[in-house]
Design a protein around this ligand. Structure first.
Ligand code: DGY
Length: 327
């Protein structure tokens, strides 16, 4: 009998076609995510599960799916999955690393440019009929990106891709990272890039961009104390995870002008609540967690997920395994 696979949202068809040619596949049809209980119900007798970062794959859910052999996350981050619990039960976890690196770095740069040059605010200004004077000598002044100092917190694949793009803007780049691998060392020789303590990076950067995974160590890595260390009028960009930043401290710093602006793709709560104070601020650019959202990348992610599930259910090592000790 064919193995059963449940996919918690409609992901691009390419991956689905690969799965349906081998397995009995069911797909959640609503654009709203299934609740934990709905996932448990839909995946009750499944061997494979494809999840999104908004799915709560906790110990309760895992315990209620006794036939599960693989959970394939449709994202690189997997902080929504209790990996320890899954490993204890012999369930393989996979993700989609690499493919979304450049796409997320592109989005990071879109936010850097939009925030520093107040693009979203300027667009609202024009659309809302406020543009009455042909050219304003002091209208919507932003900060220069070229020649500025960019601080990158987390120098993994995405952090490195963001740093590479800074070359075109003649920036000085500081980075803070747990590790310094050969690729990063080579980049240090090729461009104006240096390692720095977090405090130095925060004190010296005009723009700070976050690229760390969410873990117990990075939860609220940027809070009131860290924001106070930042330059007056500096810009914060977050395309990592919302909980890496203390959102209350961020809102306060943006309201008082301590921070000049923020470009945010990821939030404490997603979707953002209607009464979230971030929505009242002019100096923020807010996008709905679209770091990896290019057609090509999302399609490749679906193919990677399918390959991971197919390998796991064929008793082969999945190409993107997160908990290899279980295999
Ligand atoms: C990821 O893959 O973790 C990203 O946040 C998705 O855009």
């Amino acid at each position: 009998m064919a193995h059963k696979v449940f996919v918690t949202r409609k992901i691009p068809q390419e991956g689905i076609d690969m799965l349906t040619s081998k397995f009995d596949v069911s797909i959640w049809q609503s654009e709203y995510p299934p609740t934990k209980n709905e996932i448990i119900e839909m995946a009750a007798d499944c061997q494979g599960l494809i999840t999104l970062l908004s799915d709560p794959v906790d110990s309760e859910l895992i315990a209620k799916l006794p036939n599960l052999r693989v959970i394939a996350q449709y994202a690189v981050g997997y902080d929504n999955i209790d990996v320890k619990e899954a490993s204890k039960r012999g369930i393989l976890i996979t993700n989609t690393p690499g493919v979304l690196t450049e796409t997320t770095a592109d989005l990071t740069w879109a936010l850097i440019l939009a925030t520093a040059r107040r693009i979203a605010e300027a667009d609202r200004y024009v659309r809302n009929g406020k543009w009455h004077v042909a050219w304003g000598p002091q209208l919507l002044l932003g900060i220069d990106i070229h020649g500025a100092t960019l601080g990158i917190v987390g120098m993994g694949r995405i952090g490195q891709a963001v740093a590479r793009r800074a070359r075109g803007f003649d920036m000085r780049v500081l980075y803070h990272s747990r590790s310094r691998n050969d690729d990063v060392a080579a980049m240090e020789n090729q461009m104006n890039l240096k390692p720095a303590k977090l405090e130095t990076l925060l004190r010296e950067s005009d723009i700070v961009s976050l690229h760390v995974p969410l873990t117990s160590e990075t939860y609220h890595l940027i809070g009131k104390k860290e924001i106070e260390m930042m330059k007056q009028g500096a810009i914060l960009i977050n395309t990592s995870r919302g909980q890496v930043v203390n959102q209350e401290a961020l809102v306060e710093a943006l309201s008082t002008g301590k921070l000049g602006g923020a470009g945010i793709d990821v939030f404490r709560e997603e979707p953002i609540k209607e009464d979230d104070p971030l929505l009242d601020l002019e100096n923020v650019v807010l996008v709905p967690h679209i770091g990896s959202a290019s057609r090509k990348t999302r399609t490749t992610m679906s193919v990677m997920c399918a390959r991971n599930v197919i390998a796991a259910l064929n008793n082969e090592k999945p190409p993107n395994i997160v908990n290899p000790e279980v295999f």
